[in-house]
Design a protein around this ligand. Sequence first.
Ligand SMILES: Nc1ncnc2c1ncn2[C@@H]1O[C@H](COP(=O)(O)OP(=O)(O)OP(=O)(O)O)[C@@H](O)[C@H]1O
Length: 253
Amino acid sequence: MLRVEHLTKIYPNGTVALRDVSFEVPDGEFLVVIGLSGSGKSTLLRCINRLIEPTSGKIYWNDIDITSASPSEIRRIRRQIGMIFQQFNLVKRSSVLTNVLSGRLGYANPWLSLLGVWPVEDRQKALRALERVGIADKAYQRADTLSGGQQQRVGIARALMQDPRLLLADEPVASLDPVLAHSILQYLEQLNKEGVTVICSLHFLDLVHRYATRVIGLKDGVKVFEGLPDEIDRTRFKEIYGEEAQEVRAASL
Ligand SMILES: Nc1ncnc2c1ncn2[C@@H]1O[C@H](COP(=O)(O)OP(=O)(O)OP(=O)(O)O)[C@@H](O)[C@H]1O
């Protein structure tokens, strides 16, 4: 269970990215965070694994206070929390396999991994993770020779190396051709069915309806909606996205 209590983030330039946001995520949920660009989705996801330091508020992961955890506790907590990024965040010049193995860094001997020496079982695990996302044949190719959809699958395989209990996915399909969105989200759905809690930010409402078990809407850093996907009617939609907004479907692009 993840519990976020009164989370506020004010960047040094004074921008209030999150304002007193509270919610709970029971184990097994596929929570989708929606909101316009700049509404605070990335900031929220990055506060959860402390890639960003919150200004105030608390985040508890199974009753461990993430917000006041020491650096060594943070490393331990991060082993359980995988992250997938919009821009994939791969080391472009390294092989796909090396990128996937880097997901094991929280467990590995840092000096040996720096030299590219990984335990055999980690290499086998990485190949299995690549098999799961259907690109084992790309293992020895440079990461930047892959298509966007394939690179995001490497991102998922890298996250799998941590055996995560929680997966944070920050607009995982926003950089991809919309027709590829399902091919990526189905992997997240499968992991979720196997017991991994997922928190994912998404742009398109039809994807939200298809994958989310619950939804949080952010507007200017404030939580303006929390509920089931089906509860987002026209009125709710305008509350989250503003009066000017029109729904666009990923499927129609
Ligand atoms: N490092 C930073 N310094 C100052 N302001 C920032 C910083 N990072 C984000 N912001 C601001 O905080 C607000 C929330 O940004 P955030 O990236 O969390 O939103 P988002 O909903 O994820 O947007 P997008 O969909 O475009 O990624 C925005 O106003 C943004 O300009």
